[in-house]
Design a protein around this ligand. Sequence first.
Ligand SMILES: [Mg+2]
Length: 337
Amino acid sequence: MKQDKIRGCLVAGAIGDALGYPVEFLKYKQIQREYGPEGIDSFDIDYRTKKAVISDDTQMTLFTAEGILNAVSDGGDITEHIYQAYLDWLYTQNERGDHPNVCKLLERKELYARRAPGITCLNALESGDMGTLTHSLNNSKGCGGIMRVAPLGLFSSQIDLKEAILLGARAAAITHSHPLGYIPSGFLSGLVYVLINQELSLKDAIEETRVIVNEIFCENDYINDLDRLVRRAVSYTENEQNDLQNLKNLGEGWVGEEALAAALYCALKYEHDFDKAITVSVNHDGDTDSTGAVTGNILGCIVGYDNISSKWKTNLECEDLIVDMADKLFMCRKESL
Ligand SMILES: [Mg+2]
């Protein structure tokens, strides 16, 4: 059961990413022109790979997961291991320079593909300096942090919610130094942790996570802005406005807090209709692969892998690899750090 949810989290994240990637830089009107009045609601298969390709969101999520696995097997600081794994990811993007060479993922040829990687991630990793919650590299609050941290909520039942939140925030702060680049990331890893480890409704899980995030970051200047937006996303699920307008009002996902808000909205409003949630999450003017990926991460924990329609799973690039990584994270839960 937990194994199925963990698979669901990563595979559904990749589904949202792959569905949203072809329309990442299109306005909704352009999406409609290209895919019809309902927008994009099935995979746009890449003619070369014959797959729905994943973007940097899923690539980096896989490297986050392998960083965790390396920490579990070798010991040492999880965030430091994730940083090393990201340097290996960087190598897949530019294929030059020294890199730690600690990830088995480097053996997968499909991952050597640039799918509009975030400039902040590239620049931060190329700097040779590792960002932390107290060591700032830049002022970025792009959604490049939140779209890759879901595995930090999956690998352990031994840590508590506070630690799951902090691990997600620290993994994002490796490249994104603005608090709204890393606090929403902590929110996501915390929410995933609650959904996997507790039997709560999504609404209650969001509330539990919100309270602890507010507690941890109570002295941060931006925590009230984030809290307001999270509460707004939840309340919008009950208003009369259409989804497009609601997503517009939540900010469309280009930055961390907006990506979180859009995903919370889509997942909560369509908690019992995965296809609808994932489709709504990628049909708007904003950063569609990331809002799709984060929506998938959240809802995948609820719906589980087996209940996701095979139409999404069969043509998904690297699906076997993503399932394998989820299973390895599941196995980690039996080992102690
Ligand atoms: Mg992307």
